[in-house]
Structures are given as structure tokens and as C-alpha cells.
Design a protein around this ligand. Structure first.
Ligand SMILES: NC(=O)c1ccc[n+]([C@@H]2O[C@H](COP(=O)([O-])OP(=O)(O)OC[C@H]3O[C@@H](n4cnc5c(N)ncnc54)[C@H](OP(=O)(O)O)[C@@H]3O)[C@@H](O)[C@H]2O)c1
Length: 304
């Protein structure tokens, strides 16, 4: 079930190694990655795999309520020196700015930024719509705020820190920004309708990402800004909608994160602005064709 945490009255800021251990003079040998939306689900799995796969890599994991994430607390016990946990709510811009400042002071740069946060349904608050008559302004605005505006503000505050390189473990020739979108956010791939708030918020994320990618292409330091569809993954987000999903099409978060990290690790500058599914196939953000008749589409189970 999705948990909705109110921002803390006394913001818990950084669950991390003592600050003096990271004086400005320290040179980071390894890659510095940030995973936003890391409390659970695919985001938490990204943090785990990034730490396990590169024994010199540093990870900044951000979430709304660090004390409430057992997964992150456990990882912190295991990777105390290389994991920094920061409180960040994508709807509170000051929390994004504070994290950017901390990263700048602590590490000086970032090689990879992953936006993994997202909402689809929240009991009593946000219901995926099945028809236009169920569409409500509050749902549209909330989905837009969390799924589109939030990740873009995170990119806005982090991009001055994005750098290629970072020593060991950094084989990529570009710094990478990867945001988790969803296939249903592709306008060209919209065969089923419904889920107006979620679908349109992800379409907005896609358009905003594409717009940023055009600007990034003009910058001296190469940054590739991509969108990723993780497949239908067994997490809290998909739980209420798994009934019609065939077992072999419901991925574990371990499998999905592994596939997505392999895409991220092989990103080239010409991938800037592209939208990839978990298997590396490109998804059309905007154009594309209708693959099925509406009759057939109605019979298909939903895929997220
Ligand atoms: N699972 C799927 O089948 C599927 C399919 C297609 C796309 N996706 C996309 O993949 C991404 C990850 O999904 P998931 O399945 O891992 O979902 P999940 O398990 O429900 O996790 C969602 C994450 O988003 C965070 N979040 C929600 N509101 C936030 C806010 N205002 N500020 C910061 N973080 C916030 C949650 O933090 P809290 O713990 O604080 O709530 C949680 O860490 C999402 O963008 C989703 O749209 C998932």
C-alpha cells in the first residue's frame, strides 16, 4: 500500500557518515550517483545494486522520510561509508535545493541522477480513473506535481553538479539523468485510454525531459537525459493492479533494476532525449501508430 508521509516538522536532514569524513579536499575515486525516490520499490533496489556493483561508488539516496525506510536503514548499516541518505520531497523545492547544496559540499559533483519517485494511486486521495466522468482536478494536479514537476525540479537543481568521469567505475562518456516514466505516458502508445492523471503526468514528464535534452545537447559537458519504462514490476505501486497481469510479465524489482542499470551504463550522447523500455527497446514519446483495434485493446489486461 502506498504510504503518504507528511513532511516532518523538524526536517530530518542527513543520515550519513560524519561530515568531517568528507572534507572538501577528499577526492572521490568512484562514481557518485543519486537516486531520488529511494525509500522502497525500484528506487531502493537501484541504491542496493549501485552499491553492490561498484565497490568504490558512492550513492546519495533521497526520500521523504528516511527514518521510515527500513530498506535504506539496513543498507546504511552495510554500506556506512558509501551511502548518504538525504530527506527530499519532490513537492518541496527547498528540500531539493538543500540536497543539491549538500552534494556540492560533500562530493563536488554527480555522475548519475536517477529519478525513481512516482504515484499512481493513494487510498482516499488518488484513484486511477476509468472514465472521464471520474476525472477530478485534485487528482490531475497531484499526479502532475509529483510525477512531472517534481522530477524536473530535481534535475534543475542537480544539473550544475553533473559531470562525466569520477574515476574508477565510470566508463560512460556522458553524465546521465534517468527518470522513471511509464509506457502509458507515451501518447503514441496510448491504446487503452483511462488512468488520465497518471498517464498525462507521465506524458508531461516525457515532454519536459525531451525539452531539457535539447538544452543539454547545446552544453559543453555532455549530459544524456533519458526516460525509462521499468516494465510491470511487483511493488506497492502496481499491487492493486496485478490481477490481470500474467505471471511472466510481472517482474521482480531486482530484475527490472538490473535491466535498467544496464541501459544506463551503456548510454551514449546520441541517446539524449530517448525513452527506453526495460529491454532496451525505444518507446515513442509522442508519435507512433495504433497497433491494435480498440475492440482488441479492450480485452487486453492493463500494463503499467
Ligand atoms: N511498478 C511498476 O509496475 C511501474 C510501472 C511503470 C512505471 N513505474 C514507475 O517507476 C517508478 C517507481 O515505482 P515503484 O513501483 O518503485 O513505486 P513504489 O514502490 O510505490 O515507490 C514509489 C516511490 O516514490 C516515492 N514518492 C512518492 N511521492 C513522493 C514525493 N512527493 N517526494 C519524493 N518521493 C516520493 C515514494 O516514497 P514514500 O515511501 O515516501 O511514499 C517511493 O519511494 C515510478 O515513477 C513509477 O511511476 C512503475
Amino acid at each position: 500500500m502506498l504510504r503518504l508521509h507528511a513532511p516532518m516538522a523538524t526536517p530530518f536532514r542527513f543520515l550519513s557518515v560524519p561530515r568531517r569524513a568528507f572534507s572538501a579536499a577528499v577526492k572521490f575515486e568512484g562514481r557518485v550517483s543519486m537516486v531520488q525516490g529511494a525509500s522502497r520499490g525500484i528506487g531502493l533496489e537501484f541504491v542496493k545494486q549501485l552499491l553492490e556493483n561498484d565497490d568504490k561508488g558512492h550513492v546519495i539516496a533521497t526520500c521523504r522520510n528516511p527514518n521510515g525506510s527500513n530498506g535504506l536503514v539496513n543498507l546504511k548499516d552495510k554500506f556506512a561509508e558509501r551511502l548518504r541518505i538525504s530527506q527530499l520531497d519532490v513537492t518541496i523545492e527547498s528540500s531539493i535545493e538543500a540536497t543539491a547544496r549538500d552534494i556540492k559540499e560533500t562530493y563536488g559533483h554527480l555522475n548519475l541522477l536517477i529519478n525513481a519517485s512516482g504515484i499512481l494511486s493513494i487510498p482516499e486521495v488518488l484513484h486511477p480513473e476509468t472514465t472521464l466522468s471520474k476525472v477530478e482536478k485534485s487528482s490531475l494536479m497531484l499526479a502532475y506535481e509529483v510525477n512531472a514537476v517534481g522530477p524536473i525540479l530535481v534535475i534543475k537543481h542537480m544539473w550544475p553538479l553533473l559531470k562525466v568521469g569520477g574515476g574508477f567505475g565510470t566508463e560512460r562518456s556522458v553524465a546521465v539523468v534517468a527518470s522513471l516514466s511509464a509506457r502509458v505516458g507515451s501518447i503514441g502508445d496510448n491504446r487503452l485510454g483511462g488512468w488520465h492523471s497518471y498517464r498525462s503526468s507521465k506524458a508531461s514528464l516525457n515532454q519536459l525531459t525531451k525539452t531539457i535534452s535539447v538544452e543539454f545537447a547545446r552544453k559543453k559537458d555532455p549530459i544524456a537525459c533519458i526516460l525509462l519504462h521499468p516494465g510491470t514490476v511487483d511493488t506497492d505501486l502496481s499491487k492493486p493492479f496485478q490481477r490481470n497481469v500474467a505471471q511472466e510479465k510481472l517482474f521482480t524489482k531486482e530484475f527490472s533494476a538490473q535491466k535498467l542499470l544496464s541501459i544506463i551504463n551503456n548510454v551514449k550522447s546520441h541517446d539524449n532525449g530517448k525513452f527506453f523500455a526495460w529491454d532496451g527497446q525505444e518507446i515513442p514519446c509522442f508519435g507512433g501508430v495504433w497497433h491494435q483495434s480498440p475492440m482488441k485493446a479492450r480485452a487486453r489486461p492493463r500494463a503499467l
